[in-house]
Design a protein around this ligand. Structure first.
Ligand code: NAD
Length: 359
């Protein structure tokens, strides 16, 4: 089969990690007889330098014309002083909105080979965890009405949280479908003891549960969820929540895996086209040193194979190759931890993953 992929490499380590993920895709293509046609587009700081804006129209058009988008990361100190509207990060928000990507999927899994790096206590880490965070991405307080006004205590600022039934229904559907393909356990996280939006959220989740009798649903308040993630993350399978709660909890979930360089993400909408990117940023402190761990981006490419191209076997194979390389003790600098291994560069780590794919 043939697929067109828009590559948005971005800034800092973005180009190195995306190039390495493309090498893995090329190997998958060779083994399974697919052609992944990749074309690069500018976004973020490099686009500001080249044409004065973080998201050129050519990039929007290229992404819309593609079957899927693979993104590195954007931003860096060079552009930190710019005003909000022309900052590199604006490119991401705009791309998500133009592509209609209202779902963010973030797996967080503890690799047994990296258990020693997990910041949780040994008895908790021993149990392992493998959860999928489903975060609503285009609604809620980040997109609600906001402003400044004169309040009871003088000048004040405000932001508002609003969720329509439609927005809750469509993200909940993704969560139920995802749970169905996993361990069939869904935890819906809200703040229904305080917020009206959460009470509506809970009502819709319960209504939809009737269509998924094979999935067990539990409600959990967000404050409790923040504690439970640390106390016993193994209790979670699929978690669904709002934009802001998901933003915070998914970062918490990523931290307990021990490394930011391993975690992929997918942003999806109503079509098969998605945007796939590592959860970390552009790591300007290590850009160009060869130290960037490419695994999060390689696993993001695997999610693209799975969710956008329906290539399950191919995705399984890439994930298994990453597992095999970590189990064999190969490490990049960020995950050496207490192992005493000599660190590989990002390119060398990719070579090992490609070797494992060939076995
Ligand atoms: P960061 O994720 O870039 O880096 C945090 C730390 O993790 C750094 O020490 C970095 O060296 C390390 N790190 C990150 N990815 C790594 C990898 N693949 N391999 C090895 N080490 C890795 O976060 P930050 O330093 O807060 O932000 C740097 C820039 O990235 C900022 O401009 C920020 O706005 C931007 N950012 C972009 C995105 C995105 O494009 N999606 C996300 C977060 C931050």
């Amino acid at each position: 089969m043939e697929f067109n992929i828009a590559l948005v490499k971005g800034d800092g380590i973005g180009p190195e990690i995306v190039d390495n993920a493309v090498r893995v895709l090329e190997e998958v293509g060779r083994q399974f007889g697919h052609a992944f046609r990749c074309k690069s587009y500018l976004a973020g700081g490099c686009a500001i330098d080249a044409c004065g804006q973080p998201l050129p129209q050519e990039t929007v058009d290229g992404c819309l014309a593609s079957d899927s988008v693979l993104l590195g990361a954007v931003g860096g100190p060079k552009w930190d002083g710019l005003a909000g509207d022309v900052r590199p990060e604006k490119a991401l928000l705009k791309l998500r909105s133009v592509l209609g990507l209202y779902t963010n999927l973030r797996p967080a899994r503890l690799y047994q080979a990296l258990r020693a790096e997990c910041p949780l206590r040994e008895s908790t880490a021993e149990k392992g965890f493998d959860l999928m965070m489903v975060r609503e991405l285009t609604g809620g307080i980040y997109f609600g009405e906001r402003g400044h006004r004169e309040g009871k205590y003088g000048p004040e600022a405000y932001d508002t949280e609003a969720y329509s039934e439609l927005e809750i229904r469509r993200i909940t559907k993704v969560a139920f479908e995802t749970a169905r393909k996993r361990r069939k356990k869904l935890t819906s996280i809200d703040k229904a003891n305080v917020l009206d939006t959460s009470r509506l959220w809970r009502k819709i989740v319960h209504e939809m549960a009737a269509d998924y009798p094979d999935v067990t649903v539990t409600d959990m308040l967000v404050d409790n969820a923040a504690m439970q993630l640390i106390r016993d993350p193994s209790q979670f399978d699929v978690v669904v929540t709002t934009n802001m709660f998901g933003d915070i909890l998914s970062d918490e979930a990523s931290q307990i895996t021990g490394s930011i360089g391993l975690l992929p993400s997918a942003s999806l909408g109503d079509t098969k086209r998605g945007m796939y990117e590592p959860i970390h940023g552009s790591a300007p402190d290590i850009a160009g040193t060869g130290k960037a761990n490419p695994i999060a981006t390689i696993l993001s490419a695997a999610m693209m194979l799975r969710y956008s191209f329906d290539l399950q076997q191919e995705a399984d194979k890439v994930e298994a190759a990453v597992d095999a390389v970590l189990n064999a003790g190969w490490r990049t600098a960020d995950i050496v931890g207490s192992s005493g291994a000599s660190p590989l560069t990002g390119d060398e780590m990719t070579d090992k993953i490609i070797e494992a794919l060939r076995k």
